[in-house]
Ligand binder design. Structure first.
Ligand code: GLU
Length: 367
């Protein structure tokens, strides 16, 4: 429990902590968190900070009666990002680095590897990476959308062993603690079931984007990667002191005993599918049981346009989602093969190495 064995952690701070007045930045709640980061580093724990706050910081520069369109929010993020970073930077006597990411960056394998290498290099050089979503350049289809999920993706990209998500409540409760006085804190979650999501509900914070639901999504991503995950109250110092003392101050999500392989975790939780490869129901059993390679002759349908190397959804003709996988064939080539006679199909799929999806590039889905 706590940080007794941690070597590298990611801590996520939401807008409510950095902008308690919903506008501008304040160090009121950040001082204790900065002190925690300093103490972790003194113990040899490397820290990556994921911080929101650029939109709130920039908001004070815009007419408050103006409608908050997507464009205005992007402009607020651009105007506020420097202040958000400076607010953190002045609390440390070691260097910080700004890393701005989008989902489009994270789901592209080459860019993802670059992100991993940059974070590792910053940490090796004792520089604190401060990561935020690059709201200015994103559209809905290219953004993560909330920094809770971003922090779990960053935990994977950083090879972190611990993720701490700061909230305005002490952790996950069995009921909404803001509306139910008898709500009870759930100290440990070993398995993130649909019941846990039901408890989390849809509530969102007034300032930031995420609520408890996105925190659970983040925890689910992180634990399947073997990351110890905590939701703690970021508004006072006690939870941080408890973490440093090896205790659990909030809700602890236990990591899976057998974490997913790195590239399969990335495929499942970070990359997005560019199209679909459809197999028939009979074949799906083989795929599920043996994780065997998928050859062109087993493909009964192709949806969307994708290139070789893209991530695709493998589903049955009955609609069951089976897996996310890296395709070795483009949609164009698969459609071409489907239009040829069976001899061509046999030539192109006889060799295992020519499989549409190899058994090493497939991540089965649970639902
Ligand atoms: N990227 C946003 C910001 O800097 C925050 C997103 C979130 O609240 O999760 O304001």
């Amino acid at each position: 429990m706590g940080l007794s064995t941690s070597k590298r952690l990611v801590i996520k701070i939401g807008s409510a902590l950095i902008a308690p007045n919903k506008k501008g930045c304040s160090s009121r709640y950040l001082l204790g968190i900065a002190q925690f980061i300093v103490r972790c580093r003194e113990r040899g724990i490397q820290v990556v900070l994921v911080s929101s706050g650029s939109v709130a910081a920039g908001a004070k520069l815009f007419d408050e009666n103006q409608e908050r369109t997507v464009t205005i929010k992007k402009a607020m993020a651009a105007a506020g990002q420097a202040e958000m970073l400076a607010t953190w930077d002045k609390l440390f006597d070691f260097p910080t680095a700004q890393v701005l990411l989008t989902h489009a960056d994270l789901r592209n394998r080459d860019r993802y590897v670059n992100i991993k290498e940059t974070i590792a290099c910053l940490l090796e050089n004792d520089i604190l990476p401060i990561i935020n979503e690059n709201d200015t350049v994103t559209t809905d289809s290219l953004k993560v959308g909330d920094n809770d999920n971003l922090s779990a993706m960053v935990a994977a990209a950083s090879d972190a062993d611990t993720l701490i998500i700061c909230s305005d409540v002490n952790g996950l409760y069995d009921k909404n603690p803001n509306t139910h006085q008898d709500a009870v804190l759930i100290p440990v979650v070993n398995d993130i079931t649909p019941d846990i999501y039901a408890i989390a509900g849809d509530a969102t914070s007034l300032v930031g984007t995420g609520g408890m639901k996105t925190k659970i999504q983040a925890a689910e991503k992180a634990v399947s990667n073997g990351v110890h995950t905590y939701i703690v109250n970021g508004f006072n110092d006690a939870p941080f002191n408890m973490l440093l003392d090896g205790k659990n101050p909030g809700t602890y999500f236990a990591p899976h005993a057998k974490p997913m392989l790195e590239h399969l975790h990335w495929m499942t939780h970070t990359s997005s599918t560019q199209g679909e490869v459809v197999v028939n129901e009979e074949f799906s059993g083989d795929l599920l049981n043996d994780k065997i390679a998928l050859n062109a002759e087993e493909v009964v349908g192709v949806n969307g346009q994708f290139s070789a190397g893209d991530t695709v959804l493998v589903r049955t003709d009955g609609g069951t989602r089976l897996a996310k996988a890296k395709t070795n064939y483009s949609s164009c080539l698969l459609n071409f093969i489907a239009d040829q006679d069976s001899d061509v199909t046999a030539i192109m799929s006889n060799d295992q190495s020519d499989s549409v999806i190899s058994n090493k590039g497939i991540a089965m889905l649970n639902s």
